[in-house]
Design a protein around this ligand. Sequence first.
Ligand code: FES
Length: 109
Amino acid sequence: MSSLEIDFNTLIEGKPMKIMVDTTPVCLVKIKEEVFAVEDTCSHSEASLSEGELNGYRIECWLHGAEFDLRTGEAVVPPAVAPLKRFIVERNSDQLLIHHPNSQVKENK
Ligand code: FES
């Protein structure tokens, strides 16, 4: 299994939350009723992004100040340059399903 179910109401607006999807730490953030999920490990030097600060749709790494856009995973402020892996968030009422991006099953029929 490469997914995790979580209750939408456990998330606090603007407060990053770290969860595990299989063995991968994931940073979940609720902003204006939308939920974003990116890998929790900073692409610069492995700090936990869920311990960082939010700045709009950006999350700032507490260790060296890199910022990532939660909507795209893109590194927008150095020293990080590599993007973060984004996870897929499916919402069904108050139930969220967080998928590993590699586990997405594509049906091309
Ligand atoms: S570890 Fe995140 S910016 Fe350096």
